[in-house]
Design a protein around this ligand. Structure first.
Ligand code: HEC
Ligand code: HEC
Ligand code: HEC
Ligand code: HEC
Ligand code: HEC
Ligand code: HEC
Length: 476
C-alpha cells in the first residue's frame, strides 16, 4: 500500500525533473542571441540579390561573435544580437538587426573599438538584460548610455574642441551651459569653484549605487538621476540647496557634459587630444561661472527660501557707488562665514588673484562718476544705547536680533566679521541712501526720515555686534 504511493511519488518527481532539464537544455541550445542570429540569417538571405552576397548569406554561421580588445581590457559580444551593424542590407531593419547609423563604425573599425567604448553596457553578457544592464537588479555599474547622451562617450578620446563640429556638438553645448549657469558657484572642478556642493571630479564615473535612486521616475540609472536632478533638484534630493533653473533640453545637454567628467583613463593610443589652451576668461565669463547662480544679474535682491536669507543685489548702482574696490574684493575674498556666500580667495576657491580682480572690474564697470555725499561719521558724538533702541524697532525685523541669529534673515546678518570691519562711512551711507532694487529702503532725509544723528547712533551700535557675538559665544 505505502510502497505503491512512494513509487508514484518517485515517478512524478522524475518526470518533473526531466521536464525541467529539457526546458533548460533547449534554452541553453537556443539562447536569445541564437534566435536573433537565425532570424538575421533568414532576413539576410531574403534581402541578398547579388549572387556573391547571396552566397555569403547562405554560408553565415550561427555562433558567438566576440571581439577581444586587449588594450582596452574588454570583450564585446554585443554583435551576438546586433549582428547586422556592418551590413548595408540591414539599413531598414529593426534593432537588433539594423545596420549602424552614421559613419561611426567607418571611423572606428569594430575590430579595434568594439561597441562598449562608446555605448557602455556589459560587453561579455550574452542576454539582453545583462548586456544592457539598465534594470536596477543587474549588477553592472555602467548600463548602456541612452542615445541622447551617447555623445558624452566621444569626449573620452577626443577633445571637445574637435567634437564641436565632428558629431558631438552636445558636449560643447553642455559645457557652455555649465559655465553660464554658474555650476562652479557651488562645485569645485579640478580644484576651482565654490564649496556649497561637492567637487564634481569623477562624477561621470560614479556607479548607480552612489546615488539614491528612490525619487527617480525614469530608469533607475545614474543618467536619469542626473537629468531629473537638473530639472528639479528638490524632487530628487529633498532640501537640496542647489539653485538652478534649467529646462528639460538644457538638462539633457548638461547631463551629456557631466558624463564626460570621468576618472577612468582610456589608453593613450586610443586618444586624440590636441594641446589647445583655453583663452583666459574675461570678468563677465568669470562672474557667470562663479557668481550668477546665486546673484543672477545682480540688479535685485532675492529672498531664497532654502538659504533662509536674502541674496543681495551685488551690482545695484547704490551698492557699487558706495563701496570701494578694496572692500568689495575683501568681501568676495573672505565670503560671509556661516552663510552660503563662501570665501573666494585663491586658497579657498582656487581662483587666481588676477581673476578676482577681473570680477571686481566687471562688477564695477558701470559705477557712476558721482560719489554719494559724504556722511562725516567722525563728526558725531554717538550714543549706542539710543542706536540700539532705534535698531530694535526699525531694523531687527529684517536684520535679526542676536538671539535669533541663524533663524533666517530678510536682510543680512550684520554681525558678520566682514561687515564689522566695514568703514563706518559705508554703513552710514547705506542706511541713509538705501539700495534701489532691494527692500533696504533709504532711512535718511529722502526716505524714512531718520536724522543723521540717529543713523550715526545706529552705526555705533552695529559696530558693537562683533563684541557682543564674541561674548555670547563665551557664555555657551
Ligand atoms: C541578447 C541580445 C542582445 C545583446 C547581447 C545586446 N543587445 Fe542591444 N538590443 C537588443 C534588442 C533586441 C534591442 C531592440 C530594442 C529592445 O528590445 O530593447 C536592442 C537595442 C539596443 C540599443 C538601442 C535601443 C536602446 O535600448 O537604447 C542599443 C544602443 C543597444 N542595444 C546596445 C547594445 C550594446 C552596446 C550591447 C553590448 C554591450 C548590446 N546592445 C547587447 C538585443 C541585444
Ligand atoms: C565611436 C562610437 C561608437 C561605436 C564604437 C559604436 N557605436 Fe553604436 N552608436 C554610436 C552613436 C553616436 C549612435 C547614435 C547615432 C545617431 O543618433 O544617429 C549609435 C547608435 C547605435 C544604436 C542605435 C541606438 C538607438 O537608440 O537607436 C545601436 C543599436 C548601436 N549603436 C549599436 C552598436 C554596436 C552593437 C556597436 C559595436 C559593434 C556600436 N554601436 C559601436 C556610436 C558608436
Ligand atoms: C575609445 C576612443 C574613442 C572614442 C570613444 C571615440 N573615438 Fe573617434 N576616433 C578615435 C581614434 C583613435 C580615431 C582615429 C581612427 C583610428 O585610430 O582608427 C578616431 C576617429 C574619429 C573621426 C575621424 C576623424 C579623425 O580624426 O580621424 C571622427 C569624426 C570621430 N572619431 C568622431 C567621434 C565621435 C563623434 C565619437 C562619439 C560618438 C567618437 N569619435 C568616439 C578614438 C575614439
Ligand atoms: C547654489 C549652489 C549650487 C549650484 C549653483 C549648483 N549646485 Fe549642484 N549641488 C549643490 C548642492 C548643495 C548639492 C548636494 C545636494 C543635492 O544633491 O542636490 C548638489 C549636488 C549636485 C550633484 C550631485 C553630486 C554628488 O556627488 O552627489 C551634481 C552632479 C551637481 N550638483 C551638479 C551641478 C551642476 C551641473 C550645476 C550647474 C547647472 C550645479 N550643480 C549647480 C549646490 C549647487
Ligand atoms: C551659493 C550662493 C552664492 C554664490 C555662488 C556667491 N554668492 Fe555672494 N552672497 C551670497 C549670499 C547668500 C550673500 C549674503 C550673505 C549674508 O547674508 O551676509 C552674498 C553676499 C555677497 C556680497 C555682499 C553684498 C553686500 O551687500 O554686502 C558680495 C559682494 C558678493 N556676495 C559677491 C559674490 C561674488 C563676486 C561671487 C562670485 C565670485 C559670489 N558672491 C558668489 C550667495 C552667493
Ligand atoms: C524690509 C527689510 C529691511 C529693513 C527694515 C532694513 N533693512 Fe537693511 N538691508 C535689507 C536688505 C534686503 C539688504 C541687502 C540689500 C542688497 O541687496 O544689497 C540690507 C542691507 C543693509 C546693509 C548693508 C549690509 C552689507 O552687507 O552691505 C546695512 C548696513 C543695513 N541694511 C542696515 C540696516 C539698518 C541699520 C536698518 C534699520 C534702520 C535696516 N537695514 C533696515 C533689508 C532691510
Amino acid at each position: 500500500m505505502y510502497r505503491k504511493f512512494y513509487l508514484i511519488l518517485l515517478l512524478t518527481s522524475a518526470i518533473v525533473l526531466l521536464a525541467f532539464s529539457i526546458v533548460a537544455t533547449v534554452k541553453e541550445v537556443t539562447p536569445e542571441w541564437k534566435q536573433y542570429q537565425s532570424e538575421y540569417k533568414e532576413m539576410f538571405i531574403a534581402k541578398a540579390k547579388d549572387p556573391e552576397i547571396a552566397e555569403q548569406a547562405k554560408s553565415f554561421q550561427i555562433g558567438h561573435k566576440q571581439i577581444y580588445l586587449n588594450t582596452l581590457e574588454r570583450v564585446d559580444r554585443c554583435m551576438n544580437c546586433h549582428i547586422g551593424v556592418d551590413n548595408p542590407l540591414m539599413a531598414g531593419a529593426d534593432h537588433p538587426y539594423k545596420q549602424h547609423s552614421g559613419n561611426y563604425l567607418d571611423n572606428h573599425p569594430i575590430a579595434k573599438f568594439g561597441c562598449t567604448v562608446c555605448h557602455d553596457g556589459q560587453g561579455r553578457a550574452t542576454n539582453k538584460k545583462e548586456a544592457h544592464a539598465t534594470d536596477l537588479d543587474t549588477h553592472w555599474d555602467t548600463p548602456i548610455l541612452p542615445a541622447k547622451y551617447i555623445e558624452s562617450a566621444c569626449a573620452r578620446c577626443h577633445d571637445k574642441e574637435m567634437l564641436k563640429d565632428s558629431g558631438a556638438e552636445k558636449v560643447a553645448q553642455g559645457e557652455m551651459l555649465f559655465r553660464e549657469k554658474g555650476c562652479r558657484g557651488c562645485h569645485k572642478l579640478a580644484g576651482v569653484g565654490g564649496v556649497l556642493g561637492k567637487a564634481l571630479d569623477g562624477i561621470g564615473s560614479q556607479p548607480k549605487h552612489y546615488f539614491s535612486l528612490r525619487h527617480v521616475e525614469g530608469d533607475k540609472t545614474t543618467y536619469a538621476w542626473l537629468q531629473e536632478h537638473f530639472v528639479d533638484p528638490r524632487a530628487i534630493v529633498p532640501d537640496s540647496e542647489m539653485r538652478v533653473v534649467l529646462n528639460g533640453e538644457e538638462a539633457d545637454l548638461l547631463t551629456t557634459y557631466v558624463l564626460t567628467i570621468k576618472t577612468d583613463e582610456i589608453p593613450k593610443q586610443y586618444r586624440r587630444i590636441s594641446n589647445y589652451k583655453d583663452t583666459p576668461a574675461d570678468g563677465e565669463s568669470l562672474y557667470k561661472m562663479y557668481c550668477i547662480a546665486c546673484h543672477t544679474d545682480g540688479k535685485y535682491s532675492i529672498y531664497d527660501e532654502l538659504f533662509k536669507r536674502t541674496i543681495p543685489a551685488v551690482m545695484s548702482p547704490d551698492f557699487i557707488r558706495t563701496i570701494d574696490d578694496a572692500f568689495l574684493k575683501k568681501i568676495i575674498n573672505d565670503g560671509r562665514k556661516d552663510t552660503q556666500m563662501t570665501a573666494w580667495k585663491p586658497d579657498a576657491a582656487g581662483l587666481t588673484d588676477d581673476e578676482l580682480n577681473r570680477i571686481v572690474t566687471y562688477m564695477t564697470r558701470n559705477r557712476s562718476g558721482e560719489k554719494p555725499a559724504p556722511f562725516g561719521y567722525s563728526n558725531f558724538t554717538v550714543n549706542k544705547k539710543s542706536g540700539q533702541e532705534i535698531y530694535d524697532v526699525r531694523c531687527a525685523s529684517c536684520h535679526g536680533i542676536m538671539a535669533r541669529a541663524g533663524e533666517g534673515y530678510l536682510g543680512i546678518d550684520l554681525t558678520n566679521p566682514v561687515i564689522q570691519s566695514a568703514d563706518p562711512e559705508f554703513l552710514a551711507i547705506t542706511i541713509r541712501d538705501g539700495r534701489k532694487g532691494t527692500t533696504m529702503v533709504p532711512f535718511g532725509a529722502k526716505g524714512l526720515k531718520l536724522s543723521d544723528q540717529d543713523i550715526a547712533d545706529i552705526v555705533a551700535y552695529l559696530r558693537t555686534f562683533a563684541q557682543m557675538k564674541h561674548n555670547q559665544g563665551n557664555m555657551k
